[in-house]
Design a protein around this ligand. Sequence first.
Ligand code: NOJ
Length: 545
Amino acid sequence: MITFGTLVQMSDQWWRNAVIYQVYIRSFADANGDGTGDINGIRSKLPYLAELGVNGLWVNPWYASPLNDGGYDVADYRDIEPSYGTLDDAKAMIAEAHELGLKVLVDLVPNHTSNEHEWFQQAIAAPIGDPSRDRYHIRPGRGIDGSEPPTDWIAVFGGSAWEQLDDGEWYLHLFDTSQPDLNWTNTEVQEEFQDIFRFWCELGADGFRVDVAHGLAKDMSFPDAGEAAELLSNAKTPNHPYWDRDDVHEYIRQWRAVLDEYGDRMMVAEAWVAPDRAPMYIRPDEYHQTFAFDFLDSNWDRDEMRARVAKVIETTASVDSVPTWTLSNHDVVRHATRYGLPKGTPWRKWLLDGPHDQLDAELGLRRARAAVLLMLALPGGVYLYQGEELGLPEVYDLPLDILDDPVWRLSGNTSKGRDGCRVPIPWAASGPSLGFGANDGWLPQPEFFSEFSMEAQQGDPRSILELYRSALSFRTDQLTSDPEITWDPAASPEVLSFERPGGLQCWVNFGPGPVELPEGATVVLASDPDFSGQMATDTAVWFWA
Ligand code: NOJ
């Protein structure tokens, strides 16, 4: 029996099964030829997104910003970065997206502002003890003359998390030195963000991706942490001095109350926390979704993936919610590259240290094709990262002297950072910046990007782009929104397999040899363009049993 899904038509619960496309605005499409992507560039590609078959887009921060951390350093939450456009452009983009049936999520950054934000400027101009300084964590140092930082906390990007001001006090920045952390116990800070949520809801935003959702609350007794923070890894210790503290949920509830005033708006948490803590973030009066980052840091290993996926499904169900999957984003090595490296390769380190000839790019792409079928058949929502539908790999060999990510500088040039997954999108097979804009983009594209371009793939049934289109269209029309899942119909230790209500089965062959499908299987879609009855290794198939 085939159950037809309802998916995005689920009115105020539209997000539960939605597929959202992440637009890293700087690198998506450049309408004015200045080398940087912009809002008008996004507008020009909205028909492409609608045709791809996604249900909405999440735009990385587009606010006024000195762009020291790709816009996650916000100088004004109610204005647009001039190199990206204007508020009117944003309004027009949201309206046009809505006409095409696409939802729009904006990226909210509540853990820190830019040091160019007027609040921080006021704070550092004010005398010690002035209330304007209480909006941030500005404190005296340790040692007889206060010349030691207040704690041993390490910034995620490297180095001490404290920077000394001219007046001798220190401010906290868990990320770049230009990103001072806000003091969330300050009611002015709390009220300001409720207002910022309202501002964007009024402008038409359907939802919010919330940055560093497991941050915000700090242990106000400022103990030493005794350990280094790792770049965006799981903050596995609950109630760590600055990660995943119980008090953060109070602020989340404040925002949820604001969103509930508008009915169908949603928010998704970027919370790198231990699996058992994740459900707390999606309790009924908190976030609607929280990213499951399990595919980002899992090996290409059947048992590991099965165990992690099953755990996410189980824990989200415990709070009557569904998982939110993603294979890549703007902070990690693209999965077409991760999956082409030997098992266990520390991929961040590999970017700089190599050996780069360990990479099997063809294998990575084959697995990327299988991975998207696996992900899209699971219950819950999905976020795609721009360019993954083109099978783009990481550009691991960007010249060191053009790296822009603060990670490169703050790590003392020991970590290459995230620029390699942020290279401008190749829309055309030839021409300036391969159709990204009229001139060179802010990061150079390698020559081979031409073969991966949208133009080169569109209409080719063997391309990964057409695989994405077919999978998304099938998912919308025919995959049930019922989150039930039945594991292991294949009963093979080498095949990850499950069945969804209505009878669709998804099998992924992790083993070394070919796998036969059950008698009578009606194949819907195969990740292998040469599929002819047997599943080759590292491929996936959807079929009706
Ligand atoms: C997480 C974002 O995804 C990342 O790009 C950013 O650098 C940090 N948060 C700090 O805002």
